[in-house]
Write a protein that binds this ligand. Structure first.
Ligand code: HAM
Length: 425
């Protein structure tokens, strides 16, 4: 029996990989415009890194991590997200001494043992962005504007929702009033929420259970509990978004699945993704760098799910990126001698930067032409024994069917110049 991929782990086949390449290229281009530099971090980290940053009482750390004991007896985890690893590297290499604000991004696979469904995988990929070193609310607006621009340039739309989760000064009082509200409704809410109201109360606001949604509809709002500093920060973030004409909606029920957030949080939601509507999400984490043993530096970031971007692009008909395996020139050679000469010509073309292909199996002209069509070749260079003897080559333009005979000079290097010049490659 053949072996299949694991559940929730997906192969990305060539047609789809072309869409991925387009997403990555657009993202890099935009990130660089905003001054972000790429950082590459390992997939495997000490388990403690995620427990300390994402939080012990989160679903991710409690139930979803791919953790195991390695051969040295150390507990290690395949990263469930990028922020913790990027911050670990930032601290480990003292990047903050080099410049006041560090803008970093990373692209790669993340692992969470969730229940797979449309847009939700166990291995998924994120474009993950972090800006460290400033708590200015304008940075929050700038980072959200960058996320919105990326979607626009990919031809996609999503709605931006924002919230503030307050800070260590104002959140405890909010938590208390939320817990009191939950405890008064123990009979109406699910067992998970009863438990969460002890372990991680904010999460009750995010419960998908219909009963709980109804029960918490009138729950206290974090926005009514913000301290003066957090309120001013949130107002300035709104002002920043307004200045850049970025549309948004305030959603006081938005809590995030990771514990490290403070103040601004945001999500980019799409109605086209079914239950998994968040195409991207993030927020501020002003205490996290210090919590991981680094300097007391604030930060904000977000991540976009690449599989979800691909789904949206395919649905929007934007997923028709050109296959990397299409060619400019197909060299169709007939006979052994023409095959040899064609092989040299093929390599010369490639050295010149032309996408070229050729068949080595000695197939018929008909089947070679079929293959040229499959590869969407713009030109076919026909080389038979007769042409070779006469020092000629037939260039066929596939779109028009027009054929021109080109006389070839002495060697294939010069041939290449001649034919390439002829067709403007
Ligand atoms: P997150 O909300 O856990 O945040 O994930 C960000 C995005 O990753 C989601 O909006 C979604 O598009 C995608 N995603 C998450 N889980 C899955 C999954 N199982 N399958 C497919 N896509 C998924 C974070 O990870 C934070 N590190 C974001 C951040 C960066 N905050 C600050 N900086």
């Amino acid at each position: 029996m053949s072996i299949k991929a694991l559940k929730g782990f997906k192969d990305i086949l060539p047609e789809e990989a072309a869409v991925w390449q387009r997403i990555e290229a657009t993202a890099r281009d935009i990130f660089h415009r905003f001054g972000f530099a790429e950082i590459k971090v390992p997939i495997l980290e000490k388990t403690e890194l995620f427990a300390r940053s994402i939080g012990e009482a989160t679903d991710i750390v409690e139930k979803e991590m791919y953790s195991f004991t390695d051969r040295n007896g150390e507990s290690v985890t395949m990263r469930p997200e990028g922020t913790a690893s990027v911050l670990r590297a930032f601290i480990e290499h003292g990047l903050h001494v080099r410049q006041p604000v560090n803008r970093l991004y990373t692209i790669g696979p993340m692992f969470r043992h969730e229940r797979p469904q449309k847009g939700r995988l166990r291995q998924f990929h994120q474009l993950s962005v972090e800006a460290l070193g400033s708590e200015h609310p304008r940075l929050d607006a700038e980072v959200m504007a960058m996320a919105a621009l990326l979607l626009t340039e990919l031809g996609l739309t999503a709605s931006l929702e924002i919230n503030s989760l307050g800070c260590p000064a104002c959140r405890p009082a909010f938590k208390e009033s939320l817990v009191a509200y939950a405890k008064a409704r123990v009979g109406e809410i699910c067992d998970d929420c009863v438990r969460r109201s002890d372990t991680n109360p904010l999460r009750v606001l995010d419960c998908k259970n219909e009963q709980c949604r109804i029960a918490f509809r009138e729950a206290p709002s974090i926005l009514d509990h913000l301290c003066a500093d957090c309120r001013a920060h949130f107002a300035a973030v709104e002002e920043g978004l307004g200045a850049l004409a970025i549309p948004y909606r305030v959603n006081p029920f938005m809590v995030r699945g990771l514990d490290y957030y403070s103040r601004t949080t945001f999500e980019l939601l799409s109605g086209e993704l079914g239950a998994q509507s968040a195409v991207g999400a993030g927020g501020r984490y002003d205490g996290l760098v210090a919590q991981l043993g680094g300097p007391a530096l604030p930060g904000i970031g977000f991540a976009m799910g690449m599989e979800r971007l691909v789904l949206l692009m395919q649905q929007a008909g934007e997923g028709q990126a050109q296959l990397a395996s299409t060619v400019d020139v197909y060299v169709a050679a007939l006979g052994e001698a023409a095959g040899k000469a064609g092989f040299r010509l093929l390599h010369e073309l490639r050295r010149k930067g032309v996408r070229a292909a050729m068949d080595h199996e000695g197939r018929s002209l008909k089947s070679q032409m079929k293959q040229a069509g499959r590869l969407q070749a713009r030109y076919v260079f026909l080389l038979g024994e007769e042409e070779l003897k006469r020092g000629e080559l037939v260039v066929k333009e596939m779109a028009t069917g027009e054929q021109t005979t080109v006389a070839l000079p002495g060697n294939t290097g010069a041939w290449c110049e001649t034919v390439a010049g002829k067709i403007g490659l």
